[in-house]
Design a protein around this ligand. Sequence first.
Ligand SMILES: Cc1cc2nc3c(=O)[nH]c(=O)nc-3n(C[C@H](O)[C@H](O)[C@H](O)COP(=O)(O)O)c2cc1C
Ligand code: SF4
Ligand code: SF4
Length: 287
Amino acid sequence: MSEQYRQSFIVYISPAGTTETVARTIATSLNARRESCTLCNLGTAPASTADIGTALASDKQTLLFIGSPVYSSHAVPTIIEFIDRLPAVNNSIAIPFVTWGGATSGLALPEMGERLLNRGFILAGAAKVMAVHSLMWQLPDPVGIGRPNADDLAQIELLVSDVIDNADAGCPRQLSLDVLNYQPAEFVPEMLQLSVAKAKTILPPRQVDHARCTLCGYCRDTCPASAIELNPLPVFLPNCFICYNCMRLCPEQAIYADLEPVYERIRSRVTHYAETPATEIFQPPVM
Ligand SMILES: Cc1cc2nc3c(=O)[nH]c(=O)nc-3n(C[C@H](O)[C@H](O)[C@H](O)COP(=O)(O)O)c2cc1C
Ligand code: SF4
Ligand code: SF4
């Protein structure tokens, strides 16, 4: 099928940039197959999402690749809310993907997959990709250092190729949601108990150093959740999903938090879950 009959969107959020690396690999792989696509980073350009609703309502076959980092065993709220706002569809294909920082990929893929199925999408594949842990940027030896690597991204290229072949077949093969429920049953209850909202009450709060802050507004302008107001110092709004980007990116180091206890907790979660494989693509069975 030529590109004039099909359109692809790659929608994602990526506070620390690795989900974006995967999204760009998907875009390059689509272009290599002569498929045009639109990248949409919900953290920087939420306005462009209107085009996606229009495309989904059209007769063209639409492919929606949708990516989230794993936060506290879940997809981030921005992605879940985006899926929940989509119109009901038919003849559209979705491929959820997540990046995770080596602790656990949690329940992010099945919860995205279930929601996409409920909107009427055909699930034509999925992926979890190992990444450097974005809460450990201050350490020389973060969990997941060097990931995603070339092998991880080669798997994504394979997935895209399979999705295109599958879509070309006319009646695309479906991925069963069961395949995405890969977490051992004994871990699921504790993962369900966690949430981004709960993590906000556990993770160290960010403080603003009044003496250092120049009121430049960079934290406000780069917050992927638009959750900072200057009043005149930065104030964090309730929709903050604790990515710590503001702390990481402040040019004056005026935002601080003690992440030392978090590092220990992450390393103990790595041992506790011992999740393998690190990167995996999920493809529907060949009939
Ligand atoms: C608040 C927070 C919670 C996180 N929770 C998890 C987690 O439960 N499991 C995990 O493996 N990684 C976790 N991570 C790490 C991210 O999932 C991982 O680094 C991801 O690739 C970041 O994506 P990005 O670079 O696109 O922002 C967390 C990171 C943050 C900031
Ligand atoms: S980026 Fe840093 S210096 Fe600029 S307003 Fe935010 S906290 Fe203040
Ligand atoms: S306020 Fe800071 S921690 Fe919260 S979402 Fe925005 S950048 Fe991330």
